[in-house]
Design a binder for this molecule. Structure first.
Ligand SMILES: *Cc1c(COP(=O)(O)O)cnc(C)c1O
Length: 425
């Protein structure tokens, strides 16, 4: 298993692209490896430019719940391309995908498309501020909501690997209305609302944390957030960019039965193309231009190729028992994995088809717990898996995913490799 061509490609890439990558985690620095260069993918198999075939559990960060290169999605996209790829004028497909979203997700009455999760969250926050005429946003440590200035405060994902708690290049004044609280501590939320309640526009949360690895909320936490925000007239925003169409057709809000005012979506809904969305209560979304005073726009927003991929993907996810089957497949894998890690100082957090292995002896309930885990050991684990051509999400702060395309045989084989690798690291 050699990566000679990837090494060469990386040397060439760094000449022109900062760090050789267009999104920092791809550089694989936190796991002490060098980036792979991929030439193609099919199902859950990635082929790198050296010809190695890897079994993918990152799946473009959760995008490919149906696996890569899905035949029907691709056919739909190819047909769409023949009709022109962007008009900057409305299409029927935008309404069709919007209708699919509204019908699938409990809280959605109105929805608008953008091109990335970052944009979706940024826009939802602007809407919340415009609607409430308040400034403060409450978020949670280790939750990642894209790379907008005011949200890079104690953020998870790649930001968590920087030494500073947040990004450089952001004036302090830009984050002065962002309060970041520890995950799973409702008493602190109450205290913050007692002090600032009348100035808080919204609370934003990943309803299952996925960008510091999988962390579930304690029972009642989301319900308490719903009650508190309502009491103070603040909006509750679920960032479902990962959990949307992952944990259920209606996302985490359906799974946990809590209805936020606004939600954001990305990853899965573009079917591998740049599409994301934000939406929620009709009266709240009514502040958006051209109906209202909150400006938000995008040249390629709702572009027909991404819409076509999204529509076809969601239609496949709507098939009866899709989530039931994905869940039982995932449960089988998780149950066997639990056996493998027994007594190995590893904590397995999981929900549905999302999971993270933390190298720690303590329970992982928040970002501070994650940071006390053994990231060096994770790095060895990741590299050992890579050596065996298994590609987990490449950071101790990320989530790995099981897709409908993983076969029983691929999962069994992965488990036997995991068993071997875990006994050696
Ligand atoms: C990935 C992600 C984002 C950002 O989406 P991009 O498309 O990368 O801009 C926002 N929120 C959550 C929860 C995410 O996982």
């Amino acid at each position: 298993m050699q990566r000679i061509l990837s090494e060469k490609a990386y040397k060439e890439a760094v000449k022109y692209i900062p760090g050789g990558v267009n999104s920092p985690v791809r550089a694989l620095r936190s796991v002490g490896a060098e980036p792979l260069f991929i030439s193609k993918a099919n199902g859950v198999t990635l082929t790198d430019i050296d010809g190695n075939e890897l079994t993918d559990f990152c799946l473009s960060w959760g995008v490919f719940i149906l696996g890569h290169n899905h035949k029907l999605v691709n056919e739909t996209v190819k047909n769409a391309i023949d009709l022109g790829t962007s008009y900057g004028i409305p299409t029927l497909q935008e309404t069709q995908l919007a209708r699919l979203l509204v019908e699938s997700v409990p809280s959605l009455e109105k929805v608008r498309f953008v091109s990335s999760g970052t944009e979706a969250v940024m826009s939802a926050i602007r809407v919340a501020r415009g609607f409430t005429r308040r400034n403060i946003i409450v978020k949670f440590d280790g939750c990642y909501h894209g790379h907008a200035d005011h949200l890079l405060v104690s953020a998870g994902s790649g930001v968590a690997q920087l030494n500073a708690s947040s990004s450089s290049g952001i004036p302090e004044d830009f984050t002065k209305y962002t309060l970041s609280l520890p995950f799973n501590d409702i008493e602190l939320v109450k205290a913050v609302f007692e002090e600032h309640g009348d100035d808080i526009a919204a609370v934003i949360i990943e309803p299952v944390a996925a960008n510091m690895g999988v962390i579930l909320l304690q029972a009642g936490f989301l319900k308490d957030l719903r009650t508190i925000t309502k009491k103070y007239g603040a909006l509750l925003i679920f960032d479902e960019v990962i959990t949307g169409f992952r944990l259920a057709l209606g996302g985490a809000q359906e799974r946990f039965g809590i209805t936020p005012d606004l939600s954001t979506f990305g990853k899965i809904i573009g079917g591998g193309f740049p599409a994301a969305a934000f939406g929620g209560r009709a009266d709240v979304m009514a502040v958006l231009a051209p109906d209202g005073p909150v400006y938000q726009a995008g040249t390629l927003s709702g572009n027909p190729i991404a819409m076509a991929a999204g529509i076809q993907t969601l239609q496949l996810l709507q098939q009866p028992d899709f989530y039931k089957n994905l869940e039982s497949k995932s449960n089988l894998f998780i149950t066997e994995l639990k056996d493998i890690i027994k007594g190995k100082s590893i904590v397995l957090n999981h929900v549905g088809s999302m999971f993270t292995l933390f190298f720690a002896d303590h329970e992982i309930r928040n970002f501070a717990d994650v940071k006390r885990s053994d990231t060096e050991r994770f790095a060895r684990f990741f590299r050992a898996l890579l050596h065996e051509n298994i590609y987990f999400s490449p950071s101790a702060y990320e989530t790995s995913f099981i897709s409908a395309a993983h076969t029983g045989q691929q999962l069994e084989q992965t488990l036997s490799i995991l068993k071997k690798v875990i006994s050696t690291i």
